[in-house]
Design a protein around this ligand. Structure first.
Ligand code: SAM
Length: 205
């Protein structure tokens, strides 16, 4: 089945070097090939993004998977809401996957925020990262038909435990409590829209 995959924020030189030794760079922020395009854009401006995607012949009617990894948190809640709303209204059959911080109002979260601020890194959208429910609500309020959010500790606990045990023995974890706290402060959220009834709403963890 043909589909689009839009990944927000990947390192362009890294991808080019690893996957596309013979690609053509359109400019320093984009590349085009017959099956794959990379476009650099400021995600706060969705009309600009849409124009660039259209230039790369994106067919919005194909089922589309949008993936964001720790990028919405750098936008204000209003800006990320606009992006999600744009995506929901542009792609009739789509799934949005977002990975970023959660539970940021507790002491651990506050220390993370302070550490980043000390390095001049401002998490403008951290307010939405206060809880799993806030993450879910942002998706539902911005045009997505259903939404789920779980923290990474839950993901980790759901992995086949024999594999977890084997890997933990290979790579000894001496700071298990810290690791668990970190995992409780990141989450994966997914939402879908499915005018073709492909069954996207049934995709669950
Ligand atoms: C913590 S990194 C995420 C890493 C990224 N997922 C990757 O695979 O490289 C945050 C990234 O968000 C990007 N970013 C922040 N605000 C942005 C915006 N308005 N539009 C596009 N990218 C943005 C920054 O340039 C930075 O590369």
């Amino acid at each position: 089945m043909l589909m689009n995959i839009l990944i927000y924020n990947l390192s362009i030189p890294l991808i080019c070097n690893c996957w596309f030794p013979n690609f053509e760079l359109a400019d320093s922020h984009s590349l085009d090939s017959s099956r794959y395009s990379i476009v650099g854009a400021d995600l706060r401006f969705s009309s600009d993004l849409e124009e660039k995607l259209k230039k790369h012949n994106l067919d919005v009617h194909l089922p589309t998977l949008l993936i964001a990894e720790c990028v919405l948190v750098y936008m204000t809640p209003q800006q990320s809401a606009n992006l999600l709303k744009w995506a929901a209204s542009t792609f009739p059959v789509a799934m949005f996957i977002n990975y970023e911080q959660v539970n940021m109002t507790d002491r651990f979260g506050q220390i993370m925020i302070e550490n980043l601020q000390r390095r001049q890194c401002n998490l403008a959208g951290v307010e939405v990262c206060r809880s799993l429910e806030a993450q879910r609500e942002r998706l539902l309020l911005n045009g997505w038909e259903n939404a789920h959010a779980i923290d990474m500790m839950k993901v980790y606990s759901s992995l086949p435990q024999a594999d977890v045990k084997r890997i933990e023995e290979l790579e000894f974890l001496d700071e298990k409590e810290l690791f668990e706290q970190l995992m409780q402060h990141y989450c994966i959220c997914w939402a879908s829209k499915d005018s073709s009834n492909l069954g996207l709403a049934d995709i669950a963890f």
